[in-house]
Structures are given as C-alpha cells and as structure tokens.
Design a protein around this ligand. Structure first.
Ligand code: NOJ
Length: 676
C-alpha cells in the first residue's frame, strides 16, 4: 500500500475508534441516569431508568441571532460533578420541609478552547432537570435567542393528557387525552403514561426573563422545545451572560408519586430573596365574586353593582363571624363600565366607584379582624397597569390589603404593547408577560403584598424565590361551571396530575347551591357537595376561597363546618392513590396543629376506595369527621345528598370510601388521645 493511502486509512480507523465525548450522571439512588454525548460537535442527552431508556438520544443546543451556533461544532472542554443533599423550610406550602437531593453534571462546551455554553444536568431519583448557562459575548450587547433545540425523544407513542398552546383562552381548556402523536403544540406540565406503566411529566422551572416553553410534537414521538415568540419572531431578548429556565422531566412508578415529587420545581429555583416574610399571609377568603359570575350583580356601576359599601360590609361580617381571613372585592374601581375587556386602558387602580367607600371599609374590616383582598383586573392593558403600578400597590397597602388578585383577561396573542410608537401584539406567555409579572411581584413585595394571578404565566416554582407569589389560576377553575358547558366531573381528577404539579391553583371551590332549580337550569357544576369539600384538600392553594354566597353557607352549617376547619397551609402532603382522570386520594397535615385532612374525588364513575390511615401518628387515637356522599348522591341528578358522621380511628385502620358518581369524601382527623 502506498504510504499516502495507508496514512488516510489510519486516520479513518482512528476517527472510527475515537470515543464520542460523553459523561454520565446517576441519581442519588441510581434510579435515573442522564448521559451527555457530543456527536460530531452536536450536544445530545438521553435518560435511562434502571438501565432502560426513558428518553432516547435527544438534541440539545441554542441558536442566537448573528452569533456562532450553540448547537453545532462544539467541543467538550471540561466536565465536573457535585452532589447536594439539603433540606430547607418553606414559609408556607404543601409541605413545610423540602428535601433537595440530586447529583449534578456540568459540561462546558465551546470552540477553539473557548467556553461558550455550559449545560447543567441534575439527576434526582424521580426527575431530571437541565439548563443552559450562556457565556457573555464581548461583541454582542443585545442578544436574541432565535431557537432552542432541546428535545425529548420518547420511547413510544405514550398516552398523554394535554391542552394546546397558543389558543385564544390561554391555558383554560379541558384536557385532551390520547397518543402523543396527536399533539401539535402543548403547554406544560405535559403528563403521560407509558405502556410499561411509567408516568412522565414534562415542564420547566425558574422561568425568569425568558419566554415560556411549549412542547411541539415533531414526529417519531419526539417533543421539541418551542419558545413562545415575541411579535417580531425572536424568542428571547436578553443581554450579556444568561441562563435558561430548567427543562424538567418527572419519572415515577405511580401517578400519585408525580404529586409527591413535584417539589422538583421548587428545588430548581433559587432560595427566598425576600429578607422578611413574616408579612406574607396565607388563608381563606370569601368575596364579591360568585354573585358576579352567576349574574346576580355586576362589576359595572349602576343599580346591580356588586362592590358597594353595604354589600362589602355584609361579606366582612360573614367573614368575621366564620373565621375567614379576607374579603375579595371585584368591580370596586373605575373602568368596568362598557366592554371592560376591550377598554383595558380605562382601568384606574386608585379610584373607587362612588358607592364603594374603601376608607370606611378598610377601617371596618380592620375592626373586625378581616382584611380586604385587592383586585387588579388589567384586561391585558399592561402599559396602563405599569404606569399606575407603584401607586396602585401603595393604595392597597394603605388600606390594609395584604393580598391582591390580578387579572389579565384578554384573548391570547392580543396583548398590546408599543415599541418606538408602534403597536405590537404579544402572546400571553411570551417574555414580555413573564417580565411584566415579575415586575408586579417585585413592586408588590416592596409594599408587603402577596399576589394571586389570574390568566397568569404558568407556575415554575418561582414562589420559592419570591414567596409573595402565592397562587394563580392557569386552568379552567370553578367560574367555568357558572357560565359555560361546565368542566365535567373528570376535570378535577386530571388537574392534580397536570396543572397542579406546577404549583398552587386558585380554583375557588366550595359551591353549595348545586341542586336548586336555579342552579340546575342555569349552571353546570358537575359535582356532589361532598366533592366540593374534598377539593379543599385535593387542590392545593395557600389562598383558598369559599366561593359561594354567604346565604348558601348559612343554609348548610353542617357541611360548611368543613370549610371553616380546613387549613390553607400544610406540614405534609401524601398522595395516597390515584389514576389520571379517574380518581385521587390526598392526605395533608395541618401546618399549625396535629390535625390531618383527607380528600378523595372521582370522575363520573362511582368508586369504592380503601384508604389505609398509616400516615397517622401510630400511638394516637383520632376522631374522624367524615363528609361523604349520601346513598343517592350523583353529580347529575342528586348533587346535595351528603352524610356527615364521626367515628374513632387510628393509624392501623383502613377507611372504606364510597364515592358517588362525580363525588368525593372529605375528612378531618383530630387527635383525641393516646392508644391504651
Ligand atoms: C377572570 C378571573 O379568573 C375571574 O376570577 C375574575 O372574576 C374575572 N376575570 C374578572 O376579573
């Protein structure tokens, strides 16, 4: 062989034999492992569970406008590992203490020996997160992400529960159920079940100064990150060095474990940045709200105006009498007359309607030991709201308000913004809105105010860093049962495994008027009364509303007692059982007492479930106050049939729960003594 040819052959052989640069990190108990590989200069990863693929070889990388690619022609420059096992305490939450236990791998990638980007992988036993850390580019001040290449290559056409992205009503859609191949673009958390019986849920953590990630199905069971764009098509506008949110995957053996491992989103956020959190108030509230949605009164001024001084006093009296912390008042400020969704710029956040004497009401509420809850409906008029933001928060603070419900009712993609005098229309979940919500949160914190966002950007665990972001809507809540075809009995049995994984939801449970002629002819509330009670345990929110009218609670003091008792802040949460879209059983321990609560709900099918009470303290006897469906209860034709009874139980008991079709059971378990 000629020397030249043999040289070429040697080179080829060497290239074939050269190992693909790779690195692997296993989770603390070697349940999951993430493998990073650089193939022909392109970054990839895969995820294995007990050695079997959960995510096949999947692309990674980013493209920035007018900058060298961060997805191709890269070299692996360095890699390092570390492990963390720490436990931290939440000021409030579904659990008081959170364990953060993972192994981490960081790979430094670059070109010509110069680092351009690092990818950080964290392997937990039941989840994985990865994010990009992008190095500053001395030649570029303004930077634009034009594409993120992160993919999740699934091992099959799994069965998914999902809602579409970029739809007019934002996140507020009933779930679709079916193969991943039917997805076009889905919002996250996107949850699925494999043929092998594994549960997977995809989401993101720490969505900050970036645009939201939706997941696009691009064929062959591959999901591709799709960042919600700005109106000019760019995905993210930023400067200097930056980090992306974490892309996350939960992997569990049971549906219930998805709920118990959702603290991965908190763990992937930075610790609390607010020095003092003593002013943050969780709690339960009532308010001028349901009466608006069932059209008994109006947001607009005039004869039917809901937010009058007199009506608000009635709610304050009711709240004080029954131990509620707050009274929400909607329609209190100028701007609601006419088409308020269209006239977003007319909202005035410091001028009440003349029939709403906020000074007197603030004094009255204080005297009664109740707080007014503020309401800032913006109708997506961001510029109008931001102009007033500082004054609006100061105004509320001056009136003793500790929590404000904000709202952004506007068709998705119609958020108006001006740039150099030109009108731009933005999506509800792009970076513009992510940044806006952050500004609101920070100004609110300066005024010691907590936020409950409706029509929000989805939760990604930022409440760890800013614990004044208490709760949000972000799916179809109770209001849909007032004026639409209704949510259907199944909806609340899907939420815990999908939307609720991301964080608390202001669903506003507790409708008691289910069976009256008016309720049956004008509304679609697909539930039994016992299920409405169970939702206080199942659907976690640190601000929990008793949504119905005071008179409907006064008519049912027996069932109302549960809402009065149930807390909104928890020491522990245990998801005992459940299947997505079928049923769920959750137990939670009160943060401020030794009481446990249990909520079980079902879809349109009746069920007989067994709930072992092994979570109770073994040496203790408890009284169980049981609120269960009556023998004839049925969501469709007999929703108010409820039985309330009490018995002694202990940790070795197994409760038999009979849930009527569309029904539920709610339990309060109070320690009454030691076992003999
Ligand atoms: C939609 C919110 O979800 C609802 O709770 C509120 O009453 C209306 N917007 C008006 O702000």
């Amino acid at each position: 062989m000629k020397p030249f040819l043999s040289g070429v052959l040697l080179l080829i052989l060497f290239a074939l034999a050269a190992p693909v640069p790779a690195a692997t990190v296993a989770s603390p108990n070697s349940v999951l492992a993430v493998k990073f590989e650089l193939r022909d200069g392109a970054p990839y990863y895969s995820v294995q569970r007990f050695g079997e693929a959960v995510i096949e070889l999947s692309r990674l990388g980013l493209d920035l406008a007018d900058e060298p690619s961060l997805a191709e022609d890269l070299e692996l420059l360095d890699q390092r590992k570390r492990n963390v096992d720490e436990t931290w305490t939440q000021p409030w939450g579904a659990t008081a203490e959170v364990r953060n236990h993972f192994n981490e791998l960081t790979v430094d990638l670059g070109r010509d020996g110069k680092r351009l980007v690092s990818i950080v992988f964290r392997a937990f036993d039941e989840g994985v997160g990865f994010r990009y850390q992008i190095v500053a580019n001395a030649e570029k001040d303004e930077r634009r992400v034009v594409n993120e290449r992160s993919q999740f290559a699934l091992t099959g056409d799994h069965h998914a529960w999902w809602t579409g992205a970029y739809l007019p009503n934002r996140y507020e859609y009933l779930y679709r159920e079916g193969p991943v191949s039917a997805i076009w673009k889905a919002v996250t958390p996107l949850t699925m079940k494999t043929d092998q019986g594994l549960y997977l849920s995809f989401h993101e953590a720490a969505l900050l100064d970036y645009s939201e990630m939706t997941l696009q199905h691009v064929g062959n069971n591959v999901l591709q990150a799709d960042l919600v764009p700005w109106s000019d098509g760019s995905k993210v506008r930023t400067q200097g060095a930056f980090v992306t949110p974490w892309r996350t995957l939960q992997v569990t053996d049971t549906a219930a474990r998805l709920i118990e491992t959702a603290d991965i989103f908190l763990n992937l956020n930075e610790p609390n940045t607010l020095d003092d959190v003593s002013w943050i108030e969780t709690g339960k509230y009532v308010g001028i709200w349901w009466e608006l949605h069932i059209r008994k009164s109006t947001w607009a001024s005039g004869g039917a105006h809901g937010a009058t001084t007199e009506n608000t006093k009635r709610y304050i009296d009711f709240a004080a009498e029954h131990g509620f912390d707050g009274v929400l008042v909607e329609g209190w400020n100028l701007g609601w007359d006419g088409n308020w969704i269209k006239n977003a710029d007319q909202f005035d956040f410091t001028t009440p309607y003349p029939d709403y004497d906020i000074d007197a009401l603030a004094r009255y509420a204080e005297k009664k030991g109740v707080r007014l809850i503020g309401h800032h409906e913006t109708s997506g008029g961001i510029e109008n709201y931001e102009r007033q933001l500082e004054d609006a928060m100061a105004f509320m603070q001056a009136h003793g308000v500790r929590n404000i419900k904000t709202g952004y009712v506007k068709e998705n993609g119609r958020i108006r913004r001006h740039e150099n005098g030109e009108l731009k229309l933005e999506w509800q979940h792009g970076q513009y809105m992510v940044d806006h919500m952050q500004r609101v949160l920070e100004v609110a914190a300066e005024h010691r105010i907590g936020i409950n966002t409706h029509e929000p950007v989805k939760d990604t665990g930022l409440r760890r860093t800013w614990p004044n972001w208490l709760t949000r809507e972000g799916q179809r809540g109770q209001e849909y049962n007032a004026w639409s075809e209704g949510n259907g009995p199944e909806h609340t049995t899907i939420l815990p495994f999908t939307r609720m994984l991301s964080g608390p939801m202001d669903f506003t449970p507790g409708i008691f008027d289910l069976g009256s002629e008016e309720a049956r002819s004008e509304r679609n509330i697909p539930t039994t009364l016992a299920k409405q009670l169970a939702l206080y345990v199942v659907i976690y929110s640190p601000l929990q509303m008793a949504a119905d009218l005071p008179e409907n609670y006064e008519a049912r003091p027996d069932a109302f007692q549960f809402i009065k008792d149930v807390p909104a802040d928890w020491q522990f949460t245990r998801a005992l059982d459940g299947e997505i879209g079928e049923f769920v059983v959750i137990a939670r321990k009160d943060r401020n007492s030794d009481d446990w609560y249990l909520g079980a709900i079902t879809d349109e099918r009746g069920r007989h479930l067994r709930a072992p009470l092994g979570f109770l303290d073994p040496g203790t006897i408890y009284t169980a106050e049981i609120y269960r469906d009556g023998p004839n209860a049925h969501w469709d034709d007999n929703p108010e049939d409820i039985r309330i009874e009490s018995r002694r139980v202990n940790a070795s008991d197994v409760l038999e729960l009979r849930l009527a079709p569309g029904g539920g059971t709610a339990l309060r378990l109070t320690p009454v003594g030691e076992q003999p």
